[in-house]
Design a binder for this molecule. Structure first.
Ligand code: SAM
Length: 263
């Protein structure tokens, strides 16, 4: 799905203008949208209370950057705001420089299965995720991952902590502790956790580390997976996608080639 914004409002407007002035401006902005767009804006649900048009913006917005120095606007995309949050979603999304919101499936979706995105960092353990949705977004997350039994949730949190620990080692290209077995374990944990919506960076790290160990075939395989996932998660214009394309084309020409042959 590709969606365009109905409304874009700089965050600072809410901290720098009296709130009554903002309500007035928000009313003018929405009431001047073309009729079908205004209707799709007003059809969204607001859950935070107060001024309805502003409540809809706060309940249904994505963070949108405009250029390097002006990074936080509330962007409202009515077609995308029907998507509920899941800590293990089946869709990935990104907003490109042209302010288009793209949504892609990252795994097979069964007929009748709800389409979901993640509003937060799913790599955090359950208590942190719950705190984020409650305090920053105003709802208590009821997704299937947050409602696992204590035992299953504890096992998930242990995997997430292991991912974070291994990531630290694999990101340190001078680490003496990293090994091909560690890369395999890292990818296994990612798959077991169901983090397909946010896996491009993990594939990148696996590709780089296999290349450090002089394993061209595995480096190429993971660089290609990184490109494939990166296109869904971030689009084609990212430095990571470009770098992984070049690594996949010629692992031995990449700066990381065979830097750790002794291990
Ligand atoms: C952008 S809207 C999503 C669409 C909304 N459910 C609707 O019907 O308009 C965000 C709101 O949906 C609800 N929501 C989304 N994901 C949720 C989740 N995992 N657990 C509980 N509530 C959720 C919360 O009320 C949240 O403020």
């Amino acid at each position: 799905m590709a969606a365009r914004p109905a409304l874009l409002v700089h965050r600072d407007a809410f901290s720098e203008l009296p709130i009554e002035d903002m309500y007035y401006l928000m009313d003018i902005a929405v009431n001047n949208l073309p009729k079908p767009r205004k209707e799709s804006y007003l059809a969204q649900t607001g859950t935070m209370g107060g001024h309805k048009i502003t409540d809809i913006l706060f309940t249904n917005s994505f963070q949108v950057g405009l250029g390097d120095y002006d990074s936080f606007h509330y962007g409202n995309f009515p077609e995308a705001s029907v998507l509920n949050h899941d800590c293990r979603p089946n869709l990935a999304f990104f907003i490109d420089q042209n302010l288009t919101h793209y949504t892609h499936a990252v795994r097979d979706v069964e007929p009748g299965e709800e389409l979901t995105i993640s509003y937060i960092d799913g790599l955090q353990i359950r208590p942190v995720r719950q705190e984020r949705t409650r305090n920053s977004l105003g709802f208590s997350c009821a997704c299937s991952h947050c409602t696992l039994s204590e035992g299953d949730s504890g096992a998930s949190d242990s995997r997430l902590l292991a991912i974070s620990r291994i990531e630290g080692e694999l990101s340190d290209f001078n680490s003496q502790a990293s090994s091909p077995a560690m890369i395999e374990e890292y990818m296994r944990l990612y798959k077991t956790e169901g983090l397909e919506h946010n896996i491009a960076g993990a594939y990148t790290l696996a590709a780089l580390n296999y290349n450090l160990f002089g394993n061209a075939a595995m480096a190429k395989k993971f660089a290609e997976l990184s490109v494939e996932a990166g296109l869904l998660e971030r689009g084609s214009e990212t430095a990571d996608v470009r770098e992984m394309k070049s690594l996949a084309d010629d692992p031995k020409a990449h700066w990381s080639w065979n830097m750790k042959p002794h291990l």
